[in-house]
Design a protein around this ligand. Structure first.
Ligand code: GLU
Length: 278
């Protein structure tokens, strides 16, 4: 096939685009603070989690994680219009950071030892716990043990809750894994699954989005410390992000962001965690 000159140029531009993407979120292989000094940051967030990270039809993003992402960026000297947001689904978070496609990730991202082998974490900036969401009229699911008679449970690939169910409760539960929590909630709505499991703060946001349809059941059965994920070994940036989180908490901006974004769901405001400068 012969390409016209215009088509050849288009193909060339595409190839250059690929190279630029592969080089990193900020367009080169620099650290978070280096990219911030250049004036731009690329941040991984959620697009489909009400109260935490939600993309509106007009493209704007709202939620507690978005507020944390923007507060940290501001402390690093980057204004909101110079942030490029990117969707960071559960299973892609480590890879997005390792490939340099994002500078950091604020996406209900639990700090775990397994993940710390691939990425580093600033924070924690929030503590949640795993719970269950069921349809409002359900009466037989009361906690993780009650799933053990073949109930269909949805969670998200690459998440800590899915892993915990597999490790501790999966004997007789039918675990279905999707890429996003919104897909799980849709499956719960239409009866394809009996329950959705993940962190209580995420489930509370979905329950509030559809009043009268869903409810959380049982006590939280894990501790999920949310961190801001960044490249392994970028200690200067991690320290600067930890400073920003501490400032957000001590200035009252953390509590304000909670009230604005998570207060309406009825989720009780927890104590802000203490940053762990490991
Ligand atoms: N906090 C858990 C995790 O990082 C669940 C929420 C999520 O998948 O984003 O895996």
């Amino acid at each position: 096939m012969r390409l016209t000159a215009k088509a050849r140029m288009a193909v060339g531009a595409l190839a250059i685009g690929f190279v630029a993407t592969a080089c990193g979120g900020g367009g080169d292989a620099g650290t978070v603070t280096e990219h911030a000094a250049e004036g731009n940051l690329t941040i991984g967030v959620r697009y489909d989690q009400p109260g935490l990270g939600l993309r509106q039809p007009d493209g704007t993003l709202t939620g507690f994680d978005i507020a944390v992402a923007e507060y940290v960026a501001d402390q690093l000297g980057v204004t909101p219009e110079n942030i490029t947001f990117r969707e960071a689904p559960s299973a892609q978070r480590e890879t997005l950071i390792e490939n340099g496609e994002v500078d950091y990730i604020v996406a209900t991202y639990s700090i775990t030892d397994a993940r710390k082998e691939k990425v580093d974490f600033a924070g924690p900036y929030f503590t949640a716990g795993q719970s269950l969401l069921v349809r409002e009229d359900n009466t037989d699911i009361t906690g993780p043990e009650s799933l053990n008679d073949g109930k269909r449970l949805c969670s998200v690939t690459g998440s800590t809750p899915a892993q915990r169910v597999k490790d501790e409760y999966a004997q007789d539960v039918q675990l279905q894994e999707f890429d996003t929590y919104s897909a799980c909630v849709e499956a719960l709505r239409n009866g394809a699954v009996d329950a959705v499991t993940t962190d209580d703060v995420i489930l509370a946001g979905f329950a509030a989005q559809s009043p009268g349809e869903f409810k959380l059941v049982g006590e939280p059965f894990s501790t999920e410390n949310y961190g801001i994920g960044l490249a392994l070994g970028d200690d200067t940036s991690r320290s600067a992000i930890n400073d920003a989180i501490e400032e957000m908490i001590s200035s009252g901006a953390w509590a304000d962001a909670f009230e604005t974004n998570l207060g309406p769901s009825g989720y009780a405001m927890p104590e802000p965690p203490t940053v762990d400068r490991y």
